[in-house]
Design a protein around this ligand. Structure first.
Ligand SMILES: Nc1nc(=O)c2c([nH]1)NC[C@@H]1CN(c3ccc(C(=O)N[C@@H](CCC(=O)O)C(=O)O)cc3)C=[N+]21
Length: 297
């Protein structure tokens, strides 16, 4: 059997960012509006630092205004909520993202509840989650939005396909299932408690793996020709011992890529698959939020 087509999320994301940059330039020229994104990071998780830096750089490269608020790990919940309230009220800012995870003394739910739904570029507020579930215009979570773009680009019409989403988080699994349902897929949400997960996944024309367990999805779980989207990112020390000693890491997805690529019809790599799409969709959501908040489109 031929090897799976590699779905190049990195290239797709670069194209998307270029289109967004054109739209941003037009929005500035015609309406005098510069979309602004504020990212808030609490604590010093090294992986979060990398993402937050990438977000800031790519936001500016698209011609948007970017602000990064780095708060110490011992920031109280009230202090964090005060920062969110200030950003909610700041007219330069159209998107607010509080990077997760937050330290354990802060309630993620309370932080989400404090976000203005109009600036909720993560699509996490109950307002946006409800709007998505109801088929109304919404800001939707960036990672599943990016997965949908890759799926539509790879498969065209998704109507009638069996889609299995592994993982049920508010940021990924649940909104992914809603988007697949809206695209007329038959959707199954599986998770760590599901019975016979391999058997469930074998039914799928589309597999979206977002459980956070490195290389969990094996070749014999995958129906030949299925499209496999790998959302997992686990960071391991580099294979080369000297590189590992120097602190270098490698990223591993939730899919056992080397064996699954022999069975699947198409597959996203890690890195270079879903990750870059997440950031590109964050810029897309910020642009959407800026237009809506300014009364344009
Ligand atoms: N409120 C919130 N919203 C998020 O969307 C959010 C979050 N918190 N917390 C952490 C996760 C993770 N996340 C990623 C973004 C980009 C890459 C990405 O660019 N990945 C590159 C590799 C980057 C690298 O080398 O480390 C790739 O897969 O090719 C990955 C992961 C967003 N998240």
């Amino acid at each position: 059997m031929a090897q799976a087509k590699l779905i190049d999320g990195k290239a797709f994301a670069a194209d998307l960012r270029a289109k967004i940059a054109e739209d941003v330039a037009e929005l500035k020229a015609k309406h005098g509006v510069t979309p602004g994104l504020a990212v808030v990071l609490v604590g010093e998780d090294p992986a979060s630092q990398v993402y937050v830096r990438n977000k800031g750089e790519q936001t500016e490269a698209a011609g948007m205004y970017s602000e990064t608020h780095r708060l110490p790990a011992d920031t109280s919940q009230d202090e964090l909520l005060a920062v969110v309230a200030k950003l909610n009220a700041d007219p330069k800012i159209h998107g607010v993202l509080v990077q997760f995870p937050v330290p354990p003394h802060i309630s993620q739910m309370d932080v989400v509840a404090a976000l203005s739904p109009d600036k909720d570029v993560d699509g996490l507020t109950v307002t946006n989650a409800g709007r998505l579930a109801s088929g109304l215009p919404a800001l939707t979570p960036c990672t599943p939005l990016g997965c949908m773009m890759l799926l539509k680009d790879t498969l065209g019409d998704l109507s009638g396909k069996n889609a299995v989403v592994i993982g049920r988080s508010n940021l990924m699994g649940k909104p992914m299932a809603q988007m697949l349902l809206a695209a007329d897929c038959t959707v199954t949400i599986a998770h760590s408690r599901s019975k016979d997960l391999p058997g469930i996944v074998r039914q799928a024309d589309i597999v979206v793996a977002a459980v956070g367990r490195a290389e969990m999805v094996k070749a014999d779980w995958v129906k030949p020709g299925a499209t496999v989207i790998d959302v997992g990112i686990t960071r391991y020390p580099a294979r080369d011992p000297a590189a590992a000693a120097a602190g270098k890491t490698r990223l591993v997805g939730d899919v056992a890529f080397d064996e699954v690529k022999e069975v699947a019809g198409a597959i996203t790599p890690v890195p270079g698959g879903v990750g870059p799409m997440t950031i590109a969709c964050l810029l897309a959501n910020t642009l959407t939020a800026a237009k809506r908040l300014s009364g344009i489109a």
